[in-house]
Design a protein around this ligand. Sequence first.
Ligand code: FAD
Length: 503
Amino acid sequence: MSALETALTEWRSALGEEHVITEPEALASAETATFATTQRIPAILRPSTTAEVQACLRIAQARRVPVYPVSGGRNWGYGSRVPPRDGCVLIELARMNRILAYDEKLAYLTIEPGVTFRQAYTWLKERNSPLFITTIGGSPEGSLIGNALERGDGRGPHADIFNYVCGLEVVLPNGERIETGMARFPSAHAAPVFRWGLGPSLDGLFSQSALGVVTRMTFWLVKKAPYLHEFAYAVKEDAHLWELLDRLQPLALDGTLRNSLFIWNDVKALSIARQFPFEHTGGRTPLPSFMLEQLREELGRWIISGAISAQDEELGALLQRRVGTAMEGLGHRLEMQDRGPDYESAFQGRPSDGNLAMTYWRKKNPVPDPPHPDRDKCGFIWCSVAVPFTGEEAQAASAIATRVPRMFALEPNVALLALSPRCMYLVVALAFDREVPGEDERAMACYQALQRELIQAGYYPMRLGLPGFPEEIPVQDDSRTLLKRLKEAVDPAGIFAPGRYGF
Ligand SMILES: Cc1cc2nc3c(=O)[nH]c(=O)nc-3n(C[C@H](O)[C@H](O)[C@H](O)COP(=O)(O)OP(=O)(O)OC[C@H]3O[C@@H](n4cnc5c(N)ncnc54)[C@H](O)[C@@H]3O)c2cc1C
């Protein structure tokens, strides 16, 4: 019997037959991302408790079979469920979907990795909670923990999501279990409310990493503001945007803008509102500039959107005036649709799959409900880098992000996400149709050229997908050696998520 067959027998007895999946259809679906991949997945394990995760890893360790964890499996644009290396068995944590603790006064929620954005939102809503959990622009069925571990970005004051979590429970590759912060001490009252604990803080080691399966995490919730006002401004010229960013950054720093700010270019805004206008181009791609200008109409080159939140209307109106003054002469206010009395804002945690339409931009069939870009052969790759929050830096990085996709006959879909007063993420989406011959290869070549140029200009990735070639990112110190030593200490057989983030 091969090592894999022995491991499968042992996993079946640990989890039950039905939770060790080897049906070719299920495996083929897990092997599919929104870009070309070749990795094969021999099986999917579906543990339902921390003890079962420990058993899975002990068996993997003993039999030297590599494994790879996913929680919601919606890492679309970064690699979906596909592991970086061939032959990894998936550990899928969707069955671990319990909400373990909630405290309204101290504003936290402790959950397992299978808990989705939609589930947590609905759970809080059913309890008429005055609190919300930060949501993202991606799938409502994504995992809160999977997203936080990727250091995802959301809407609202806790937009830098991993900054607002604590008390991780982690199963190490050898099956040992650890807890971070105060949670490692018996009956520690401050475990869900104090991040650092005592001594070295370990949380960061398990994000964007390959050192263990996170089986529990506490998220700090945000109090809903009595006054919330969403706004959007159109910006006609690139030069106006750079100046506006320098006017808005001080407002983020002084607290006028407490929520994350979203700056989308015309292609991005358009690709959410509609699909590629094949009917106007005679079926040809890419979209000519003059047609883009016609289609975007009053939207301009960029749209800046965000939300003002305040304790009362008077303060809210004052903050709104400050934003209006900053926009004067350069930004043109867009009327927001009246969304009715039941409207709930994404800035207060309402998840939506509206933005997923973007992944169908180049598809000829309409966006289905619900969308599923892996299944529908949507081509989609994210390239995401960190940029200081100044007009000059945004201009330099955006110039690369706009120029390179055009060289590969793709429309530049560019966003700047201001998550803090200091730093923005420049997020470029490459959208294509995997069913058109040659597009997979062209899009991947584009991604690699884009990442290379951004790195050469000093803009480094803040999150990597499968094609991120982490080994090629230059470092100027001994950190790579340290990380290698850590990996060898925690996972000497190299069976856990091999290749992830260069580990
Ligand atoms: C149109 C569109 C919009 C998007 N908008 C956003 C956005 O606004 N913000 C954002 O952050 N992302 C966004 N995304 C990207 C992505 O969809 C989300 O980040 C999503 O949350 C990731 O999927 P998931 O939560 O199901 O994580 P998973 O796929 O479960 O996990 C992601 C990765 O984390 C690791 N991991 C997962 N669970 C564990 C665990 N328990 N222990 C150890 N490691 C683990 C694995 O390596 C896994 O591959 C968007 C994607 C699309 C297509």
